[in-house]
Design a protein around this ligand. Structure first.
Ligand code: CAA
Length: 258
């Protein structure tokens, strides 16, 4: 597995844990960190897996690196935004499920990173927000687009206009995170969700991810056609036969990914 300056990547029993580790800057995303994340998500791993992204120390990610952005001109800032958007789109379209385990501050680009993941779980200590307006700028890594799609425009406007930080409990109540755990149990909680997913038919999981992601961008009628074709395709897999036989024989299935 590749070595990185700001990331730790560990794989165990189908779970790939990616820890962003730049604690001296609360894991802020500079170009180096973005490049490393791009490298991790550029190839689809070696088979069925769930990726958990978390942060080292008291932050998940406290945003894009303000020190690096400070002296950017419009051209450089546009390019920085394009770069972050490209990396987060790679994460969003990664073929296997992704879970953001939000251990602390997830602000600005940090919340945008979590929004690019499929599932978000948070520590009771987490604080989330889009504080860019405090710096007289806007989210540049997808926040104005993914946040309203996830929690609706009304709640998104509130967070985007005020730049306020919300607690894990508030985030849960607005559907921004799926579950809240104590700090000690956060990774265990994320791993439990991952392990549950890893028991399922791999092609079914990959197909669901693809359909949900692609389906949100097409009219319902087209999405239903995509679903129908994908549903049919799964009936040519041996896992479908195994899954249904195991159910009828009242035993646990043994999936092979074929
Ligand atoms: N970029 C660069 N450095 C950052 C940073 C960031 N986003 N966030 C924190 N740091 C650095 C601080 O400058 C500080 O460095 P020094 O020790 O060298 O002074 C170190 O991390 C620790 O931070 P604090 O001393 O501020 O820690 P705190 O506990 O007092 O406060 C905090 C924590 C509330 C998260 C505060 O650090 C903060 O408000 N950070 C900025 C959050 C922010 O505005 N994020 C949005 C960035 S813009 C963006 O992300 C645009 C986009 O969408 C692309």
């Amino acid at each position: 597995m590749a070595e990185y300056k700001h990331l730790r990547v560990e794989k165990d029993e189908g779970i790939r844990l990616v820890t962003i580790s730049r604690p001296e800057a609360l894991n802020a995303l500079n170009r180096e960190v973005l490049d490393e994340l791009k490298d991790v998500f550029s190839s689809p791993g070696d088979g069925f897996e769930v990726v958990i992204i978390t942060g080292e120390g008291k932050a998940f990610v406290a945003g894009a690196d303000i020190g690096e952005m400070r002296s950017m001109d419009s051209v450089e800032a546009t390019e920085f935004s394009r770069m972050g958007q490209e990396v987060f789109s790679l994460i969003e379209s990664y073929p296997w499920p992704t879970i953001a385990a939000i251990n602390g501050y997830a602000l600005g680009g940090g919340l945008e990173l979590a929004l690019a993941c499929d599932i978000r779980v948070a520590s009771e200590k987490a604080k989330m927000g889009q504080p860019e307006v405090n710096l007289a700028v806007i989210p540049g890594f997808g926040g104005t687009q993914r946040l309203p799609r996830l929690i609706g425009p009304g709640r998104a406007f509130d967070l985007l206009y005020t730049g306020k930080m919300v607690s894990a409990g508030e985030a849960l109540s607005m559907g921004l995170v799926n579950a809240v755990f104590s700090p000690e149990e956060l990774l265990q909680g994320a791993r439990k969700i991952a392990s549950e997913i890893l028991k399922k038919g791999p092609e079914a999981i990959r197909t669901i991810k693809w359909l949900v992601r692609k389906g949100l961008d097409v009219p319902l009628e087209d999405g239903l056609i995509m679903e129908r074709l994908a549903f049919g395709r799964l009936f040519s897999t041996s896992d479908q036969k195994e899954g249904m036989a195991a159910f009828l024989q009242k035993r646990a299935p043994e999936f092979t990914g074929k």
